[in-house]
Design a protein around this ligand. Structure first.
Ligand code: GLU
Length: 442
């Protein structure tokens, strides 16, 4: 059977690293098994969902290289959810309840005071037709609850292993609100059945839902798919990530100059037994993917680690992979330039600084004008090549008796205005004779 997975974001905000970790896990499993990756837009909440957020989600996934094979929006499928709800009602598994939020709160308070778990008492199941009619006449509208079996639901989770949710400890979940709108629970099951989803991969915060959803799958005549619930991401200090998610939106990371492959390299390995290493091809992550490597402990997301991986990715990218982006930055000075600056980059945008160092203007720093003069006089003749720096400094060493830092640093400071930077033997031919001589004059 072909694997089919789905990533199902709600377009009520921007994608952040936690979402992408889920999307990526789905993609890796699909690619590894030759399966299908479905993007489902969970936009049943018509008030909070926006087209702009949906466009942003699609753009972020494309930018990351996590394109989908199929896609649809839940908002196009209300008739399917209505039909499923009607079937559940017929089976007596979806029942109307009329309690207001305040009334439910009061019930829970009493239960807690009595030391009981705050589970819905199913009072609505005992309502007579006359009582229901009386509520309706009062202007109350029902919300609709799914009647759980009260039995334990057990599945072999791809990440957690054997997992049991005792539905007796859960309130019957509300599937339809009193205004007729759907909560996520039922539409998701209807879609997963219709789309033929074989594997649901999502965060551990959905484990309890899964217990209820498995019963809904079975009630609607489907067999529940397999599940994999990953432990959640937490901050570097072990605290909740969600508070800081504003700064971890994928679009912000993109603007900061983080490489898509840095995000993927890190997120694919966080919380697994594999080391975190920069990769330059998604296929490397596909090849090493395995559910068995995921830990059940929360995975820590550290932005500083993302920066390190980002530099590591840049240090491996071929010129061909960055040429167009360098050109867009106005910093495409050819392949030799790329190789010269590559080891010094933390972000691709740093290339503009190194470009300026080649093209100028540079403020030469000259502390010893005589040495600068001598240097100019001994610059090798002809076109400067990658061998020129070695020849030049060997001559200067012999002529001046300088060595080490005293020999090299004044040249770097004169030619680049900076104490640190790319390898001088690679920079020298890029700067070129004319500019070298001009900068040595201060
Ligand atoms: N829209 C749901 C969410 O973002 C989907 C959860 C799921 O994968 O089933 O939480």
């Amino acid at each position: 059977m072909t694997t089919k997975v789905r990533f199902a974001p709600s377009p009520t905000g921007k994608l952040h690293v936690g979402n992408i970790r889920t999307a990526l896990t789905n993609v890796l499993h699909a690619r590894q098994t030759g399966g299908i990756f479905l993007l489902r837009i969970d936009d049943t909440d018509l008030e909070r969902s926006t087209k702009a957020f949906e466009d942003g989600i699609r753009a972020d996934l494309q930018w990351l290289g996590l394109g989908w094979d199929e896609s649809f929006n839940q908002s196009d499928r209300f008739d399917k959810y209505d039909a499923a709800a009607a079937r559940l009602k017929e089976m007596g598994l979806l029942y109307p309840a009329y309690e207001t939020g305040d009334e439910l709160d009061r019930k829970r308070k009493i239960q807690r005071a009595q030391g009981k778990p705050p589970v819905y008492d199913r009072a609505a199941l005992d309502l007579t037709e006359a009582q229901k009619a009386a509520y309706e006449a009062e202007g109350r509208k029902p919300h609709w609850r799914f009647k759980l079996s009260g039995n334990p639901v057990t599945w072999t989770d791809l990440v957690r292993g054997e997992t049991t949710i005792d539905t007796a400890s859960l309130s019957d979940p509300i599937l339809i609100r009193e205004d007729g709108s759907y909560l996520y629970t039922l539409p998701s099951v209807v879609d997963d059945i219709d789309a033929g989803i074989t594997t649901i991969i999502r965060g551990e915060d959905h484990v309890t839902n899964s217990g209820a959803q498995i019963e809904i799958f079975e009630a609607l005549g489907g067999k529940a798919p397999e599940f994999g619930h990953k432990a959640l991401l937490v901050g570097a200090d072990g605290g909740k990530l969600s508070k800081r998610l504003g700064t971890l939106a994928i679009s912000d990371l993109r603007e900061e100059g983080i490489e898509p492959l840095a995000i993927l390299s890190l997120l694919a390995k966080l919380g697994t037994s594999d080391p975190i290493e920069p990769v330059t091809d998604l296929q490397q992550l596909v090849d090493s993917f395995s559910f068995g490597k995921f830990s059940r402990a929360p995975a820590r997301f550290d932005p500083a680690e993302l920066q390190r991986v980002n530099a590591g990715v840049l240090h491996q990218l071929d010129y061909a992979a960055v040429k167009d982006r360098l050109a867009a930055l106005g910093a495409d000075d050819g392949e030799a330039f790329w190789h010269a600056i590559q080891p010094n980059l933390e972000k691709l945008t740093d290339a503009t600084d190194w470009h300026r160092l080649i093209a100028g203007p540079v403020d030469p720093v000259i502390e010893d004008a005589d040495y600068a003069k001598q240097a100019a006089a001994h610059l090798p003749q002809g076109e400067l090549t990658s061998a020129s720096w070695g020849e030049w400094t060997a001559t200067l060493k012999a002529e001046t008796g300088r060595k080490g830092k005293d020999l090299f640093l004044p040249l770097r400071l004169a030619l680049t205005g900076q104490r640190h930077g790319p390898d001088m033997s690679e920079l020298l031919p890029l700067i070129g004779r004319e500019r070298v001589l001009r900068r040595l004059q201060g």
